[in-house]
Structures are given as C-alpha cells and as structure tokens.
Ligand binder design. Sequence first.
Ligand SMILES: [Zn+2]
Length: 411
Amino acid sequence: MPETTLVNGERLWDTVIAMAAVGRTPSGGVRRLALSDEDRDARNLLTRWLRDAGCAVRVDDLGNIYGRVAGEDPEAAPVVCGSHLDTVPTGGRFDGALGVLAALETVRALADARVQTRRPLEVVCWTNEEGARFAPAMLASGVVCGQLTLEQAYAARDLEGRTFEEELRRIGYRGSPEHRMRSAAAYVELHVEQGPILERAGAQIGIVEGVEGIAWGWVEVTGQAAHAGPTPLADRHDALVAASRIVLGLRALAAELPEVRTTAGRCEVTPNTVNVVPGGVRLSTDLRARSGEVLDAAARRLAALCETVAQRDGVHIRASEFWRSPPTPFDPLVVDAVAETARGLGYSTQRLWAGAGHDAKYVADRHPAGMIFVPSAGGLSHNEAEWTPKDDCVRGAAVLLGTALRLAGIA
Ligand SMILES: [Zn+2]
C-alpha cells in the first residue's frame, strides 16, 4: 500500500498558473528577467503567499527570499527547499517557479494538516539563477555559498549598463547580509528535467545524483591563407578543413567515452572570405562528464586528435581549457531520502545527472543537497512552450514534501 501525500494538487496547480501570469508573453511563455519589474511583482506575490502560509520572511543582501516555519527545535539547522523565479527572455512556466511553489505548497500542506517538523523548514527563492540578464548564472547562490564575491555580483551589468546592485535597490529587494542562508541540514530542489530522459524512460520522478562537470576550451588552428584559385589542393594548409575534422572527431570522442557529451558550438574563421583558403580558425569546445577523471580523459583525447589532424593537414593546432566547473555529486543523505520517498509513494523513478547548472550545485559545496526532477514534455525548456503536466507537478511536490519531512523529522 503506497504512502499518500498531504499535497493539495489543485492549489499547487492554481499557484503555478497564477505565478505564470506575472510576465506572461503573448504566446503563453514567461519573460521575468532577474530584478526587472516582472521579477519584483513575482517576488511581491511570493512574499505575500509565504506570509499567508505562516512563514517569517527575510531577504538577504543579494535579494534571496527566505520563508521560515519554526520547528520544534528552534536551534536545529533547517531543511531548505526552493529554486528560482527569474526566467530567460522567452522562458516557460515551470523552470524554477515549480521548485519555489512546490516548496510553498509543502509549508501550506503541513500547516493545513497541523504537522510540525522537528527542524525548521525554509522556502528559498534564489536571485538571478538564469544569468540571462546578469552574468554569470547562479549568481546569488554562488555568493551565499562562497564561490563568487558580493562585489562581483553587485558590479554585474545588463546590456543597458545597469548594475545588479542598482536594480536590486530599485525593486526594493536589497536586504541584509545577516539574512543569508548560513546553515542547512539539507537543501532539496524540485525542478523540471529540461531534457527527454524521464519522458523516454516513462519515469515519473528523476532522482538526481549530481550535476555534471563542464570544461570549456578553445582549439586554435593556424594554417596558411592562400588564393582559392591558383593554389593546388596539395599545397594548401586549410585551417577550416582541419577544424572540420576536429568537429567530427570531437563528436566521435563522445561516443567512445561513457557518459561524455561534447559540443563545438562556436567557430571563427579568418579571414572569412569567399575566395581565400582559411588561414586560421578558433573553435570552442564544451565537454561534460560526471567525474573529473573522465573530463581529463576527454581533454587528453581531444589533444591527441588535434595532434593527428595537425600532422595530416600540415597546420599548427593548440588546444587550451579556459573554464572548468567540477562535477558535483549530491549527498547520499538527500539522494536516498528522495529515492525512498518516491518508492513509498509508488512512483516510477529513474536515476540521472543534471546536465545544466542549478542553484543546488553551489549549495552542495556547503550543505548536503539534492534535486528531484519531473518530466519536461518533449524535453523542451528555455522555451515558451515548455510544459510539464499537472500530475507530474503534483507528484514532484509530493516527493519534495515527503523528502522534507523525512529530513526534518516530525515533532
Ligand atoms: Zn531553472
């Protein structure tokens, strides 16, 4: 006999739809850029809902909003659940918002049932997760968890030249540094998968084991620019032909190593002219894997590929890495709590790793953290047509509530 949940599915869905109206686009998506007027309106709405649910609300110096419900043991570190309300310019209704609003539903449902937890419970809404307006992404959780500095965040500028700090003040959400998240017994984030794995597997709940590591680099190919007419093929040192072999080799490399994804997404050709054999190419590389060793192995194979191609085409090739985000495995305490809760509720599950960044990644550097995924229809996200059916949202919220209860304990 499966466990049942206290989640009120109708209320959760109505709340998700009401939030999606803030910054709604004509085609049914959401435009709620960080620290915009729409973001302010969404924050005001969330703050009101949190207070109505009995939460003590506080805002830190990055604009992160926390709603706290006291536990039986007021000194105990809280269990924190949440995500973000900002979106990309043509975003959807679920990315971020679902995790915040399901955390709100957890608080509401426990209040309805008059269930008090041993540890305090907190709902968190992180500022500027997307990085669409102020780079980099996950800016506010990055500062709170010590990966970025406050100065870096405050100085970040949007395309119009307005700073994060100015905009934070303008919308009235520059709170106090003492309000930052300091301790957490656990952090749990519900999010839409943003990919096709759960839907394809027919799984209702994704148990997220970690966030993949990312290595970004450049491959610089130096050949020789020459006239496209008189230069015989055998005499050419065509940088673009060499770069093309790298693009295909990089793709083949992903098929050879387990759980690696590789992408060449940017290509700059010099001189980029119709009648000139390309003399230079700069190609970006994006490598993703679940362990640093596998990322290293992929980088070594890429270097070997560059050497082979350089010899074959008589060009010079230099591969270099310019940014790396290490893989983040989530804490077994949280991963197991998610898995046991989903099993208790009788839901079908699939274990997977997140291929995109989430605030949970930075939180995991400081506190035991984990994530719950629910399916994204067609694997589509960062798109106005992003869709997760109501039943999937409710199942995700049920697993979030159950996990929070397991980790916080019942008084
Ligand atoms: Zn998100």
